[in-house]
Design a protein around this ligand. Structure first.
Ligand SMILES: [Zn+2]
Ligand SMILES: [Zn+2]
Length: 134
């Protein structure tokens, strides 16, 4: 697992909770509370404060990034290198899917119009997933 390898090479001890947090995040972007609940569910005894600490650490190490999907709370997502993507959020069941799109045209248009030097952007989509459309 590349994420666990990264932790090790940077001299961090790979504790069970840290390993489990990475595993949980492999599914989809979770909130802190969701991670906490999932860890408990897996029988991993850890307090909320250390979940926060681990996530801070992961963020500083560029293993994890914070995303905002308009819910007013942060979600944590594993950063997979070279795979910039956006999210499809189902308003009904809350499923979060990734989507990669060709966005050079949009970015170029914004730069041209505004002369703004874009360093990053977020673009998320909200609606109904396939299962919820019936
Ligand atoms: Zn993008
Ligand atoms: Zn749905």
């Amino acid at each position: 697992m590349e994420f666990l390898q990264k932790l090790k090479t940077q001299g961090f001890r790979l504790t069970k909770p840290r390993e489990d947090i990475i595993k949980v995040l492999k599914g989809y972007p979770h909130t802190v509370l969701e991670i906490f609940e999932e860890l408990k569910h897996r029988g991993c005894t850890v307090d909320l404060a250390s979940v926060y600490r681990s996530l801070d650490l992961f963020e500083k190490m560029n293993l994890v990034q914070v995303i905002e999907l308009g819910e007013g709370r942060k979600r944590y997502e594993l950063i997979s290198e070279g795979h910039h993507h956006h999210h499809l959020v189902c308003d009904k069941c809350g499923t979060i899917e990734d989507v990669e799109i060709k966005e050079e045209m949009i970015l170029n248009e914004v730069s041209k119009k505004t002369h703004f030097k874009i360093q990053k952007h977020t673009l998320e989509f909200f609606g109904l997933c396939i299962n919820c459309q019936h």
